[in-house]
Every structure is written in C-alpha cells, then in structure tokens.
Design a protein around this ligand. Sequence first.
Ligand code: SF4
Length: 332
Amino acid sequence: MYTLILNRKGQHTYSYEYAIGLFYFAHRLEQLGLPFRFCESPFQVGNDEVACFSNLISDPSIFNVNVPRIIVGGMGAHARVITSTHDVLQIVGASTNITKENIEHDTGLITKALLPSDVEVPIIPTSIQKNLRTIQLNCGSGCFYNKCLFCDRSKPKLTNPELVALNICEIFKRYHLSVQISVDGPNWEYLHSIASELIRLQPVHGNVLWACSARAIDTANYDNLRFLVESGLNSVGVGIEYLCDDVLRTINKGITVRDVLRTLHNTMELDLYLHFCLIDFDPFVTKSDKEIHYTNLYKILNSKHSKLSMSISTLLSNPELDRALADNRRKE
Ligand code: SF4
C-alpha cells in the first residue's frame, strides 16, 4: 500500500495551500494499478506501507517514520538530495514520466523530464476539495521576459499549449474549479495559444474556468484580456513590484505604472479577479520614490475593484540589483 501523507510541514509550504504534487502522484498510482490511500500524519502509516511525502516538506525529522521505504515527490520539487536511514526514492518531474518499475524498486533521485507528457488529473481527497478555490496545473516553469534584476527565473520550459488546454478541460470536468497554470512568466503568445485551444474545445468539453500569471504590459491591452476571458479565464496574477516608474526602470521590470493602472481598469471592466504581487522596496529607494509609490497604491486601494487582492514579498538582493538601486538613490 502506498500511503500519501497530507502533512504539509516545511518552509516551502507557506505559499502553497496544499501538497498538490501528491495528488498528481496519486493519479499516476491509479493509472499504474498500484493501491494507495491518503492519511493526515506520518504516525498513521502502517509498518509495511510505503510512506509518500510531498517534496515541499523541508523538515527531515519527518522522515523518521517506521516504514521500509519512503517516496518523496511532487510539483514544486527541488532536486536537493534527501538523506535518510530509510530507502528513499525522490522524484522530481511530472508524474506521467514515472514508471511502475521506478515506483516499486528504485531509490535515489530521479529527475526525468519535468514536463507532463500526457494529461494529468490530480486525485484530491474530498476533505480538501471543499477548501479549494483553484487547482494548480504544472505546465512548466521559467519566464519569457527573464530580465527583472531581482528575479532568478530561467528561460521557460513549457508544456505545449494544446496539452495544457486539454488538461484544463479534464481537471475542470472532474472538480468544477478554476485551473491555475503554474508558469510565472508566460508570454502573450503562449496564453493566446492556450485560450484559442480552449475556445476550439468548447463544443466538445464545454466552458471551463482557468487562471494564470501575466505581465502588466500584456494585461494592459483590453482586447487581449477579453479574449482570455472568453476562453474561461477568471483570475490573473500580475507582478507589479513597486508603483514608481523610476524604480520599475531601475529594476528592469519592463512595465510602467500606467500599464498597472490599465490592468486594474481592464480587469474591473471584465469582472476578472486580480492579484497584484508587490515587493517591499521601501528601505532601498528614495523618499520621493516612496511617496510616488504610496500615492499610486492608495489610488488602487481606493478603486472600486471588488475582486482585488495583493501580496507583498521581501526583496531578494543580488550585486547587480544592489548596484542599480544604489545608483538610483544617488540621484536624490
Ligand atoms: S516578469 Fe516575473 S517571472 Fe519574469 S523575470 Fe520578471 S519577476 Fe521574474
């Protein structure tokens, strides 16, 4: 029996609501005819069962369960080696690439192709389904733009848009929840291809709901955004970082405050849920840049957008960024 442990303890889990990778792994177990069950805690695993953890867990003490074998895997995985006194199989990559032989016999780190090669529909326990608003779909990682000085994203590695669209349809058919594609920096062509395919599939699969990240420069275009909405997009996450053009230029963000305000306006018009991601640049920018930022932030907060949320993260420093911010500060 493969016992999938829902425990989410770990530093990497703060931004994830649940261990989605395990649910995709469950799908693979089902496809391969391997028996599995879910449980809440490592202490509920039987002595002869294989304990399966999400790779998001970072506290190694959790692996001290009394079982013959451990499998660690799932979306959000990092190829860091996990050491334990047990036999550990660590899987990094999409579940569709894992064979029965891998699951039953292999140990060590398996890093097969990261991207799914077929449709994957997660198996999510009913107790968790009722708490979900969206279901995350691994369609790859990286960023097409790839120029922001504070960001270490690599060039994108993405599943083809036709497979992503089909996967969105299959997940939506099963759960009737919006499907959030995982990639951080998709470009407009990629989003457009997914949306076109979803529209093409509508006569067969019906209407779906989906969500994505996008750049403010793209969402500032009303017609483009409306096309995504026609395909079922109901939520978009946009990195705006700081609401001052000088700072945006300094960090090489490639957008302006005007783009952000247009995005706000367009998503309001289209009744689209909007999530803005900000970074706390306050300690590193001039007083006047800070004033501009807060003036614009109040403008946004005072807008009548009824489906708006925001999150603020800490700045990740690096030498190039530090130099650029220092130069920007010197201008005052
Ligand atoms: S657009 Fe977003 S994902 Fe791409 S480099 Fe900038 S911050 Fe990173």
